[in-house]
Design a protein around this ligand. Structure first.
Ligand code: NAD
Length: 498
């Protein structure tokens, strides 16, 4: 039997400290900020904000650990420890699940199938991948006829700053920390100020798994004039890996220019879905329901622009609205919850401002458009209705700017060329979804869209060996499989004259 929602919605207030050199440390400046539960508005706990001295201590600890036992281990030895980290996450699955859901408000159904298992998998996959990561060798002729050999070796890049967002906190942070550590680097992580708890908890797992002190460090805080800026501007950082908004990515890239530090940028999107009349309509509707509304629309790969071939436009819109209208909004722990709240009141204000703008820009509101009625114990949460619009101009701001909420605009098209042009009419280039049963069309259209990831008759189907990243303003570089290992290593060529 489940307990009452109000009881379960108010976890014990806890403190999240920084994790530096293998131990939890309070803010040296004595500063804390609130971690708020987005379902209720209640306080989850206090977070210790890292000062520049704390960040400096974390970077120094990471530097020292590079030259300690971690740097001397073989890939296989490090891999064994990283497998233990993954096992440690599995062993404390419930704790990670509760913490992730309390910070984000997302349903258990999502976090238990995606966030937490992927958090563990990111360590296993890269611990194994690094063992098979080849280098290169070239034999060359020389004027004396004896020749030379060129052998490339890969080395860790050094101290890596990891800046992560709030939408998939454990998953996206470990997506960087897993390969960085597998390659022998050390890391200082700055999780999102909205969702610090699972990153902090990982410190305990690292200690239990035998990761030496200083290899994994966590500093909490905000961006400008806080831990994010202190870390990315720190001279002791060798490379920066970032996932978040494009504008933040630009600021961090500027910080990285000083000292020519390498950057990996996974940024925003305004992703299209193209639904052709020859699609399997059931699949297309089910897929678009997920791509537009999963995680309350807070997925970088999510669909915000849906283009539907005219003969099936009316039916598609009606069916999508009918199904989205059935979503049950509620607490993470309730088995029938389809959608949680947005991550914060600040984000709720942003999303609602777009809901209002859509009306001002002339949209027809097919579904939602506001704040849902919630029971009294959830009234303080950051809830918004799933929302569908039609009728907006292609240059409407709602059609051009990333909203990052549970909403999409649906527009008809008449030809394949028009659909491709509409899909590409954006500053972003992260992902696209194409729904058609015609394989030739699927190949033609998917390759004509200027984006990093195109799905045909699916969405969010991820093989972790494949390239992941965005074109245009959606990012720089690729993660996944060998692409991650490439970023987290420095290649050195050794030329040996015979
Ligand atoms: P955000 O850019 O506001 O914050 C991301 C991180 O950067 C946070 O940890 C934040 O504290 C930090 N930060 C902010 N300003 C900084 C500064 N000046 N210096 C250093 N660090 C700073 O992004 P968000 O709101 O947390 O996440 C949502 C965004 O992330 C959306 O745009 C979404 O599309 C994007 N995203 C992209 C991907 C991808 O793989 N491409 C994945 C998930 C989310």
């Amino acid at each position: 039997m489940s307990s009452s929602p109000s009881k379960r919605a108010a976890p014990a207030v806890s403190e999240v400290r920084n994790f530096i050199d293998g131990e939890y440390r309070s803010s040296s400046g004595g500063k804390t900020f609130d971690n708020v539960n987005p379902c209720t508005g209640a306080l989850n706990g206090k977070v210790h904000e890292a000062t520049s001295e704390d960040v400096d201590a974390a970077v120094r600890a990471a530097r020292a650990a590079l030259y300690g036992p971690w740097g001397k281990m073989s890939d296989a030895e490090r891999g064994e420890i990283l497998h233990r980290v993954a096992d440690g996450i599995d062993a404390r699955f419930e704790e990670f699940l509760e913490a992730e859901c309390a910070d984000t408000g997302k349903p258990h159904g999502i976090a238990s199938h995606i966030d937490i298992p992927r958090g563990a998998a990111n360590f296993r996959v890269f611990a194994d991948a690094v063992k098979n990561f080849a280098t290169e060798a070239f034999q060359m002729a020389t004027p004396d006829g004896k020749g030379a050999f060129n052998i490339a070796v890969r080395k860790p890049k050094g101290v890596i700053a990891v800046i992560s967002p709030w939408n998939l906190p454990l998953l996206l942070m470990t997506w960087k920390v897993g390969p960085a550590l597998a390659c022998g680097n050390t890391v200082v992580v700055k999780p999102s100020e909205e969702t610090p708890t699972t990153t902090s908890l990982l410190g305990e797992v690292m200690n239990e798994a035998g990761v030496p002190p200083g290899v994994f460090n966590v500093v909490n805080g905000f961006g400008a004039d806080s831990a994010g800026a202190f870390l990315t501007e720190h001279k002791g950082v060798d490379a920066i890996t970032f996932t978040g908004e494009t504008r933040t990515g630009e600021i961090i890239t500027r910080a990285a220019a000083k000292g020519l530090r390498d950057v990996s940028m996974e940024c925003g999107g305004k992703n299209p879905a193209l639904v052709f009349a020859d699609c399997d309509l059931e699949k297309a509707i089910e897929g678009t329901l997920r791509s537009a509304f999963a995680n309350c629309g807070q997925v970088c790969l999510g669909t915000e622009r849906v283009y539907v071939e005219r003969p099936i436009f009316d039916e598609f819109v009606a069916r999508l609205a009918e199904e989205a209208g059935k979503f049950k909004l509620g607490l993470p722990q309730d088995a029938d919850t389809d959608m949680g709240p947005l991550v914060s009141h600040e984000h709720q204000r942003k999303v609602l401002s777009y809901y209002q703008l859509a009306v001002e820009e002339g949209a027809q509101v097919v579904l939602g458009g506001g704040v849902p009625d919630m029971p009294p114990e959830l009234a303080g949460g950051a809830w918004v209705q799933p929302t569908i619009w039609t009728g907006l101009a292609d240059d409407a701001r709602v059609n051009r700017e990333e909203i990052f909420g549970p909403c999409c605009h649906v527009r008809p098209f008449d030809t394949e060329d028009e659909a491709i042009a509409l899909a590409n009419d954006t500053d972003y280039g992260l992902a696209a979804a194409i729904w058609t049963e015609n394989t030739s069309r699927a190949l033609r259209v998917s390759t004509a869209i200027n984006c990093g990831i195109a799905w045909v008759n699916s969405w969010f189907l991820r093989d972790l060996r494949t390239a992941f990243g965005g074109a245009k303003e959606s990012g720089m570089g690729r993660e996944g499989g060998e692409h991650s290992l490439e970023f987290y290593t420095e290649m050195q060529n050794v030329c040996i004259k015979i």
